[in-house]
Structures are given as C-alpha cells and as structure tokens.
Design a protein around this ligand. Structure first.
Ligand code: 26M
Length: 817
C-alpha cells in the first residue's frame, strides 16, 4: 500500500522530534532536565494521538462522502492493551521514532514500558471487542465502538502467601493521553419513577415516563488506528451528576444532601464488575448497562438525524452489534425512543428495531446466562419493563398461532416465572435481532441444539456462525518482532494485511537453516520472558526447557487443576526414580480469579503450593519448574505468547465458546495440547491433526458420560497413578502438614467432578507423554511449529470482521489510504 500525500503516514525523523519536543514543552510544561520517563511517554503519546486523529478525521470525511452504512459495536468491556506501540506500528514509524528519540538520548523501549493499559474488561470478550475495533479500522468499516469509561478497571492481582489478593486499578492516575473528552457530546439518562398512560387528541395512546433521577453521560473518545489505514473511535461514557438539577434550588441545609446525591450518581461508571460473580441484586450493574446503552443510542440517533434522515430507515443506515447480552436492554430502549418519543407505530418500530440489532452469544454455561429480576428491572426502568412485556405478549401470541405447545411457549418466553420472576436477556436479544451468532463452529452448532434450540427451529435463517479471530498485527507484528522480521524477510509484508499470505512460507517448513533461525528467535523470546519472570517472582527458569503455558481466567471448566494433576504425576514419577523420559519443563500459569469464586482462588493457592514444593526440591528442580505469573494482562500476554512452546487448551469439551488465547499461541509458533472444544476444533483442522496434540472426550461423549451417571470415584479406584496424585493433594506435603487446605478440591473431584478431570486424566497424561517425546526431536518440533504459524490465516480478526460485514452487517468497506 502506498499513502496519499498528507495522509499522516511516513513521518520523517525531524517531524517526529519536533512534535515530541513541542508536546513536552508546551503540552506538558516540562524541560528535559526535570522530565520523568512518564513525561516522555506522555509527550510521545500526545504527538502520536494527533497523527491518529488526523487519520480518523480523514476517514470520517470519506465515510460521509460515500454515505455508507455504518456499524455501532456495543460492548460493556474493552481491553485495548497499550496503545503507543500499536499506533507507531500502524503509522509505520516505529523505526523512525526510535531513531528520533535516540538522537535525544532516549530509549523507545523504556518509554513504551511506561504505559499503563486500560483494563476495561475481564478477559476474552473484552479483548475480542478490541481486536474487532482494530480490524474494523484496518478494513475501513464505517464504525464506532461504544462502551463504559470505568474509573477502576479489572483489579490488579497480587499474591500474598500464595493466595490471590486484589488491588484497585487506578489506571487514570498519571492521566490518559489517548482520550479526548467531548463535553458537547453528553446525554441525559433517566432512572426509576413511574409511567403515565394517556390518550392524546387523536385518540392515540401516549406513554410518559416520569423518572425519579437523571444523570448525564459524557463522551470520552479514544482514536483507534488501523494498519496504514483508517481511524475509528472508541467512545466511552462517563457518568456525572446534572448539577443544575439539584444545586440551584437548594439552600445551605440541603447543600450536603445534594453533594451526596451527586457522588451517588457518579458511582455508575466507578468500577468494572469482575465476571461470574453472583449478579442477583446487583442493581448498579444493570444501571451501568442501561446507562451506556441509552447514551449510545441517543448518540447514534443524533448522528442519523443530523444527516437529515428519517427514523423509518434507521436500520438501513445502522447496524448495532450486541456483544453478548450485556447491552441487550437496547432492544427495549430503541422501541421506547421510536414509539414514545418519536410517535412511531409499534409495528413499524418493531420492524426497524429487529433489523437494526444483531446479537453475539459468548457462552453456553447456564449460570452465565444473564437474567434480571422483574422486580429490580421494573423499579429501575418501569417503562422498559412494560415494553418487554408487550414484546413478549406479541411474540407468544405469534407462537400460539403457529401451534407451539404450552411447554415450548413457556420455555421460549422472555419471562422466566419459575421461582422469582426474571427476564431472560438472551431471549430478548434473540427476539429483537435479525441475526444471532456463536463464536466458533462448534459453539454455534451447540447454541442451536441447546440454549436457543426452540428459536433456531422457529427462525433457522437467523442463526449463523462467525468464528473469532485475533488482531495479528498486535499479537504477532508488535509482540514478536523477531519472528515478524524473519517472515517479512522471506515473503514480504503482504501478511500484515492478509494473514493467509503466511502460507507462502510453506516451502521453508523442512529447511534446516530456516528451522534453526526459527528456533533461535523462540529461544530469545524465552530468555526475555525468563528475565521478566525472575524479576516478578524470583523464580529463575531455564530457557532451554520446554515452556508449557496455561494462561486465561481461572475457572473450573478451563481445568487449570488438570494441569496441576499432570505436574504432580511427573513429580511423583521423578521421586520414584521413573522419570527418565520426562523432558525438562517450565510450567507457567497466569490468570485472575473472580474475587468471590472460592474454588478458583483455591486453585491459585494449589498452583503456588506446587511451585514452592517443586522449585525448592533439588531432586526434581533440574527437570521441573513451576511458576504463577501474577496479574496477567494484555501487556503481559504480549510477552508470554511469543515465548511459548506448548499452549494448554484443556477445557472440558462443550464449555469454551471459542477461546482466543489458543489462536495467539499458535500464531506465535506454540504447539497446542487441547480438547475438541471451541475454536480448537478449527485450529486443528487448519494446522493438520499431526501438528496438534489431541486428548479427551468429545462434546457428545461428555453428554453421554453424564447421562449414563458419572462416578469419578470409580476412576480413582482403578487408576493407581491417578490415585497417588489425588492422595498427594491431601497428604499435607503441599501445605506444611495441613491436610485440609486442598480437601475442597479433592472432595469436589471425587464426588462430583462436574468438568470430568478424572475421566480425561489418562488421555491427557498419554498426550503429554507424546509431547515430551516429540520435544526430544527439535527439528520435528520446529517443523510443526512452522506449520502452526503458516496455517493461522483463518484466525485473523480481519477475516472475522469480513464475515460480519458480508453475512450480518451488509456493509461495504471504504479505505482512505
Ligand atoms: C457478568 C456479570 C457481571 C459482570 C460481568 C459479567 C461478565 C463479563 C464478561 C460475564 C462474562 C464475560 O465474558 C465472558 C467471556 O469472556 N467469554 C469468552 O468470550 C470469548 C470471546 O468470544 C470466547 O473466546 C471465550 O471462549 C468465552 O469464554
């Protein structure tokens, strides 16, 4: 790609130096003799932000000229990772910037290190949203990402005595050079109160919502730049009190009450909820959802009307993608805006609404499907509850006409009235959308046969699949520069905008000298990670060992504890003098546990206890090392994936909707050991069975096992090796004699084992033995590693976004460069 003049790409060293110093002097008021590293970081970020905004403005002009159909991506979470390095890459000025700073005796890497990432998400879902913004910008999709500007993001994880401790994330402490506040883009959001129903002079029903409080949401814009391409914005809403509302009228006595009220209303965007906490009664969470949805819809409608258009064709101009059910109250809110505020007839409003929204489901876990109590929702959003009831009654009438059974009708209802009545948000999102998609082929199939089966039978054409993808520029070009350079030297730069071009490397897979270069790069990445791990944990790994890595949120279905059972089996083999076939291995874990998730927190303690035992035992620590790397984040991820030899993707089949870490590992040349779950299935298809270590039950076998009545204790009785490992958990040897510490894990596995660890244990051990055997042939390993990378084309988020454009959004892309 070549750039038009003035496009903001290909800046010269002098231009960069000049802008940087101007930002330092006039933007921050600092001079080099007193400037801190953070000042240098802020100055460079401010300079880069200007160039990114330039691309954004140019894109806007282009989109306006083309009058294109646009996309609003609604997500309660984003995990963008550090912006600076990525923006330099996308402006193609990394090298020039490095030289410009070197002229000033400054080190770019040290400056990049300063950035604190916005942790505005929990994990996969939030990171996916950010990968999608990257690809929408790169491909030129006229789009905007809406979300919440949490003042405190996901907690920082520290370890205390081997247990997780949570520390609040003050990510805005040193300021945020990437965002621009837009005080003129602000909307009022109502809560509570009651509704009035009246007939107007034309005998038309008019509903009026009289709220009991109102708050303001103000836009904060962060530009997101595509690769040598367009810029889009991520628009995050921050809550503030509406001062005139309370302050003006009150006398001194009420002043403090008014201040309190102001503070209470500003708490809406204070903090991100960690997931899988028990949501019931979490009123603030529902307020967050409605708050950002309401601001976003008002903003989109403002843009639509600004262009002189009618609301009747809103859906022809806008697609709104719901990232899970978190923003699904939008279905009721758009109906309210169209019917109550713009006086549209119900049927027409419903037509517009259903053609506007599309819904992405990210989970089949029954406990994770969102429900809101009717009582709570009615108190907070009385008009929305009425609208949901109206949608539901029309929908159920339709089903009755089509002779659905009462049983089916009650299963499909938006209201669950077994027990405390609640709203099934996935049903609301499904009924209110024209497309519903899962996030991998397997997950989309299961969605249709399980959670949304009745709906899939009613509307088969509504259901589709879009397999997830990852921002390969961030997760390969930026985080693994060694490998990226080697690839570019061999096949040029095409892969940066078309990942499937990596197939052009095929002819090198068997080339011994290429394999050697490949291995050297991996080794250097492992050395870097080794240094970082030593600095953070005090544990020194040996980079010549196999790096076997399990990083993701801690959850029983992801089975971190299955990995622990394997490690203990190796430990016991070594202790019993039967460990000669074991390849020296460093096991690296990382991931946060939800603060209220008892088992997940105990699994972290188990990992750190196993690490202490093994790392301090000279009989085994030449062959095995174990480390828990605290506070896993995008920033850490960028150092971890490039250093991995083996990627652990060992969830129970049927539980991981897709996974995206699995893709990032393979993209960086790790081999996978995994189950047939989520996108693992498609990864294995792409890289070839021979280059993937498969184990465990299939989804169907899991279902059969459970149906037949599963008795984990019987497996324990019959497998001597497993029994020895299990009993070791409660021997006290991991816990200074305390035999009770890991009893909850032990009991859970022997009595219920809901995620079938014991059932899959033997198969996992055998697959791991195969891993250790393969590792001994380093040429063979390198060859398989190469074959993994070159077959990753499908898993770029560019491909995912193209799929959304064609199948769901029906939008054409418009590139400015
Ligand atoms: C729920 C209640 C209260 C607060 C937060 C939550 C919540 C937040 C995030 C619940 C779930 C959340 O995310 C789920 C998630 O990350 N799912 C993952 O999505 C990825 C992207 O599609 C998939 O790759 C993973 O398989 C899936 O687990």
């Amino acid at each position: 790609t070549s750039s038009k003049p003035g496009s903001g790409l290909d800046l010269s060293k002098e231009e960069i130096k000049k802008s940087f110093l101007e930002k330092l002097f006039y933007g921050l008021g600092r001079i080099p003799t007193v400037a801190t590293d953070n000042d240098y970081y802020s100055a460079l970020a401010l300079a880069v932000r200007d160039w990114v905004f330039r691309q954004y403005v140019r894109s806007l002009e282009e989109y306006a000229e083309q009058d294109s159909r646009g996309v609003a991506y609604l997500s309660a979470e984003y995990l963008p990772g550090p912006h600076l390095g990525n923006n330099l890459l996308n402006l193609s000025i990394t090298k020039t910037t490095r030289e410009a700073l070197a002229d000033l005796d400054l080190d770019l890497d040290k400056i990049l290190e300063q950035e604190v990432e916005p942790g505005l998400g929990n994990g996969g879902l939030g990171r996916l949203a950010s990968c999608y913004l990257d690809s929408m910008a790169t491909l030129g999709v006229p789009s905007i990402g809406y979300g919440i500007r949490y003042e405190f993001g996901i907690f920082n994880q520290t370890l205390k005595d081997g247990w997780q401790a949570e520390v609040t994330d003050k990510w805005l402490h040193y300021g945020n050079p990437w965002e621009v506040v837009r005080p003129e883009i602000a909307f009022e959001v109502k809560f509570g109160g009651y509704t009035e129903h009246k007939y107007d002079s034309n005998n038309k029903l008019q509903v009026n919502w009289i709220p009991d409080s109102e708050i303001r949401g103000t836009a904060y814009d962060t530009p997101i730049l595509g690769y040598r391409s367009n810029g889009i914005i991520m628009r995050l809403w921050s809550a503030e009190a509406i001062e005139s509302f309370d302050f003006a009228a009150y006398n001194m006595g009420d002043y403090y009450r008014a201040v309190e009220k102001k503070m209470r209303s500003e708490n809406i965007t204070k903090v991100l909820y960690p997931n899988d906490e028990n949501l019931s009664g979490k009123e603030l969470r529902l307020k967050q959802q409605y708050f950002f949805v309401s601001c976003s819809l008002q903003d989109i409608i403002r843009l639509h009307l600004l262009q002189g258009r009618e609301l009747e064709n809103f859906h022809e101009k806008f697609n709104i993608q719901l990232n899970d059910t978190h923003p699904s109250i939008a279905v009721a809110e758009l109906m309210r805006i169209l019917v109550d505020i713009h006086q549209m007839e119900w049927d027409e409003a419903w037509h517009v609404t259903r053609h506007t929204f599309a819904y992405t489901n990210h989970t089949l876990l029954p406990e994770a499907l969102e429900k809101w109590s009717v009582n709570l929702l009615g108190r907070l959003l009385p008009r929305h509850l009425e609208i949901i009831y109206e949608i539901n009654s029309r929908f159920l009438n339709e089903l009755r006409k089509q002779n659905f059974s009462t049983e089916q009708i009650s299963r499909m209802s938006l209201i669950d009235d077994r027990g405390e009545p609640s709203i099934r948000m996935a049903h609301l999102a499904t009924v209110g959308s024209h497309k519903v998609n899962g996030v991998s082929a397997l997950h989309s199939r299961l969605l249709k046969s399980m959670v949304l089966q009745d709906f899939a039978e009613l509307w088969p054409e509504k259901f589709t699949n879009v397999t997830n993808g990852v921002a390969h520029r961030r997760f390969l070009a930026l985080s693994n520069p060694g490998l990226a350079d080697l690839i570019t030297r061999k096949i040029g730069k095409e892969w940066l905008t078309d990942l499937s071009a990596l197939r052009n490397l095929e002819k090198f897979a068997d080339d011994k000298s290429f394999q050697e270069e490949w291995r050297n790069i991996k080794f250097k990445n492992k050395e870097r990670l080794t240094a970082l791990i030593e600095e953070r944990t005090g544990v020194k790994l040996d980079p010549s060992m196999l790096f076997d890595i399990h990083v993701k949120r801690i959850h029983e279905y992801k089975r971190q504890h299955l990995k622990v059972l394997h490690i203990l089996s190796l430990y016991l083999r070594l202790k019993n003098g039967k460990g000669k076939d074991i390849s020296p291995t460093s096991f690296i874990f990382g991931g946060k546990a939800a603060p209220g998730y008892f088992m997940a927190k105990r699994i972290i303690k188990l990992i750190t206890a196993v690490a202490d035992l093994i790392n301090n035992d000279p009989e085994v620590n030449k062959k095995l090392k174990v480390v828990f790397l605290p506070n896993f984040s995008v920033k850490l991820a960028q150092q971890v994936y490039p250093a991995a030899d083996l990627s652990e993707q060992i969830s129970m089949a049927g539980k991981e909707a897709s996974g995206t870490g699995n893709m990032k590992f393979s993209l960086n040349g790790a081999l996978t050991i995994g189950t047939l779950d989520g996108a693992n299935v498609e990864i294995r298809e792409e890289v070839g069975e021979k280059n993937f270590f498969l184990f465990g039950l299939t989804t169907e076998e899991v279902q059969e096992t459970k149906k037949a009545g599963y008795h984990p204790y019987r497996i324990y009785e019959q497998n001597n090796d497993l029994r020895e490992v299990m009993d070791f958990l409660i021997s006290g040897k991991l816990s200074k004699g305390d035999k009770e510490l890991f009893r909850p894990i032990y009991d859970n596995l022997l009595q219920q084992d809901p995620y079938l660890l014991l059932k899959d244990y033997q198969s996992y051990i055998e697959a791991m033995d195969e891993v250790h055997k393969t590792w001994k042939d380093q040429n063979e390993w390198a060859k398989r590693s190469i074959l993994n990378v070159i077959n990753m084309g499908k898993f770029s988020s560019d491909r995912s976004i193209s799929d959304y454009c064609e199948d769901i959004w029906k939008v054409e892309t418009v590139k400015v460069v």
